[in-house]
Write a protein that binds this ligand. Structure first.
Ligand code: PLP
Length: 375
């Protein structure tokens, strides 16, 4: 809970900065050098970037040289999906907008979206068919954990199918990192996107992890930084913050899994009080922190506003970056009708969440449901 008594349950939108990350960034504010400079100031700054790179690499289970820093998860998704011009890009239907929009459009775009099953997991039989029908080399983008439902995707299986057809696999692990123990190698990924602000770090810094030897075309040119793959003087503060957050995320991964007990209680008590409500993706494996609740007929936006008035912050399941609400493409892909796809909220817990926060949410949400005649 924040000092003014507000409850923040929107960790999938962005996480509060962890105090140790803030301390590392404040200390880094005294660094003067440009990491590209050869003098002692520059070398000190370079060391800070190198240490952060090693920490992010450890989080993904790769060598530091496999990590490229970017300006966001969005940029990393764009670099991955626009960096291999000879390949047909295939994306799952539930990817984040930054992956959906980055995939170069083709005339058969609709047929290239990998569908998901009603439980929210990617349809691997459909993937086999799509890969077989794709002429030439492909690049498949499948996220590890969905940002709206938390549903964990069968990335290792998808990677095996992709590799059997000569395709590469890109995994957007933005919502999984720090919430789920995984490694780049065990997932069989060729490319992976991470973002600092979803794991207790600052916004405005992300990373693309690359299999050794894989060289995407640069999106941003004009300097030798990041092995010429991402020009521009490094965001030293952001990178240092990312490194500190990655280090903590590895240490605290068990605590992140413990959030399941809190999330499960929230869902149990919400459904007991409001029997019409449903939890999306509940039959699939999910990351421990995320709950997508549908209250049919009550727009997600109405629920979010009612909760906000009670001092509880969550997102509409379908909120996009402009703050506007549209029916959720994720729930639509799971086969939900337009009413359900517009009636979802996403409650996402994190390192600041406790039982009191869940109690505050439940009291406020049950009141919203009653006022709407749903409980
Ligand atoms: N991928 C997923 C799954 C996300 O949830 C987000 C952010 O919400 C992004 C990518 C984009 O990351 P960033 O905010 O760093 O651009």
């Amino acid at each position: 809970m924040s000092r003014d008594g507000r409850v923040y349950l929107d960790h999938n939108a962005t996480t509060p900065l962890k105090p140790a990350v803030k301390a590392a960034m404040v200390q880094a504010m005294d660094l003067v050098g440009n990491p590209s400079s050869v003098h002692a100031f520059g070398r000190t700054a370079r060391r800070a970037v190198d240490e952060a790179r090693a920490a992010v690499a450890a989080l993904a289970g790769v060598k530091p040289a496999q990590v490229l820093f970017t300006g966001s998860g969005t940029e990393a998704n764009n670099l991955a999906l626009r960096g291999f011009s000879g390949r047909t890009v295939l994306v799952s239907a539930i990817e984040h907008d930054s992956a959906l929009a980055a995939a170069p459009l083709t005339e058969s775009q609709d047929t290239q979206r990998l569908p998901v099953q009603p439980d929210g997991t990617a349809d691997l039989a459909a993937l086999e068919r799509i890969l077989a029908d794709t002429a030439g080399p492909a690049l498949l983008s499948l996220m590890l954990a969905n940002n709206e439902t938390g549903v964990i995707q069968p990335v290792a299986d998808a990677a095996a199918l992709a590799h059997a057809r000569g395709a590469l696999l890109h995994c957007d692990a933005v919502q999984a990192a720090g919430r789920l123990a995984f490694s780049f190698g065990a997932l069989g990924a060729d490319l992976m996107t991470l973002s600092a602000h979803k794991l207790g770090g600052p916004a405005g810094v992300g990373a693309l992890v690359l299999a050794e030897g894989l060289e995407p075309d640069a999106l941003i040119r004009g300097g030798g930084q990041e092995r010429r793959k991402r020009a521009g003087t490094e965001n030293l503060l952001g990178i240092v913050g990312f490194g500190a957050a990655a280090r903590l995320a590895l240490e605290e991964i068990a605590a992140a899994a413990d959030l399941a007990a809190l999330r499960d209680r929230l869902e149990r008590e919400a459904l007991a009080a409001v029997p019409q409500a449903r939890v999306m993706g509940a039959s699939a494996a999910r990351v421990a922190n995320t709950s997508c609740l549908v209250l049919p007929g009550v727009p997600g936006e109405t629920q979010v506003m009612g909760l906000d008035l009670a001092g509880v912050a969550v997102s509409a399941g379908s909120a996009c970056s402009s703050g506007k609400v549209k029916p959720s493409h994720v729930l639509a892909a799971m086969g939900e009708d337009a009413t359900a796809a517009s009636s979802a909220i996403r409650v996402s817990l994190g390192w600041t969440s406790d039982d009191e926060a869940v109690d505050r949410f439940l009291a406020a949400w049950i009141t919203v449901a009653r006022r709407s005649g749903r409980a």
